[in-house]
Write a protein that binds this ligand. Structure first.
Ligand code: ADP
Ligand code: MG
Length: 190
């Protein structure tokens, strides 16, 4: 049941502020695609503990982090894995760069913007970071004390403010179906 595999891998790239739902939706979408599709999630927080443990939060460091995630995503997608990247990815030009590198290899790449009002994010404050950033204790906190360049032409936008995780997950799956990345059988639970 659920999604059936498209031949070859693909990259679903979630971008959005901290707390916008990237990790939550990556896990939920991933769970819906497996086991029909091999899925790997490249989560920003985890990557920063492993592959990018050496990096800080300057623009250059953030760009390097995103390039690394893009690189690993391509390696996996080349071998038929459906990759979900869940990292803030604050800079438009760098997102564009990783997209082009994927496209150059014929790897489908969807940039999906997870958008929520700052007010909602501050209310959610799952990691207590907004509170600290707004108090001036955290320099370089994206959306408060560091830039976030919202996508102007994303392949999809999911407004996670006022809808449940399940509804947002279905919207993400619908986007994948719309772009032909997965085939959702007619009559399935979507
Ligand atoms: N529609 C939604 N989509 C995703 N997350 C949502 C949604 N509504 C509420 N949330 C909640 O918002 C929080 C998002 O946190 P998280 O996924 O860690 O964000 P990020 O990885 O972008 O920092 C979670 O606590 C999640 O349960
Ligand atoms: Mg996260």
């Amino acid at each position: 049941m659920g999604a059936s595999a498209r031949q070859g891998g693909a990259i679903l790239w979630f971008t959005g502020l901290s707390g916008s739902g990237k990790s939550t939706l990556a896990a939920a979408v991933g769970a819906r695609l497996t086991p029909a599709v091999p899925v790997e999630i490249l989560d920003g927080d985890e990557i920063r503990k492993q592959l990018s443990a050496d990096l800080g939060y300057t623009k250059e460091a953030r760009d390097t982090n995103i390039r690394r995630i893009g690189f690993v995503a391509r390696l996996l997608a080349r071998h038929g894995v459906f990759v979900i990247a869940a990292a803030i990815s604050p800079y438009a030009a760098t997102r564009h760069e990783v997209r082009l590198l994927a496209r150059d290899e014929g790897i489908p790449f969807l940039e999906v913007f997870l958008s929520a009002r700052l007010e909602t994010l501050v209310q959610r404050d799952t990691k207590g970071l907004y509170k600290r950033a707004l108090a001036g204790e955290l320099l370089h906190f994206t959306g408060v004390s560091d830039p976030y360049e919202a996508p102007t032409h994303p392949d999809g936008i999911i407004l996670t403010d006022d809808e449940s995780v399940e509804v947002s997950t279905q919207k993400a799956l619908a986007l994948l179906a719309q772009y032909g990345l997965v085939k959702i059988p007619v009559g399935d639970a979507l």
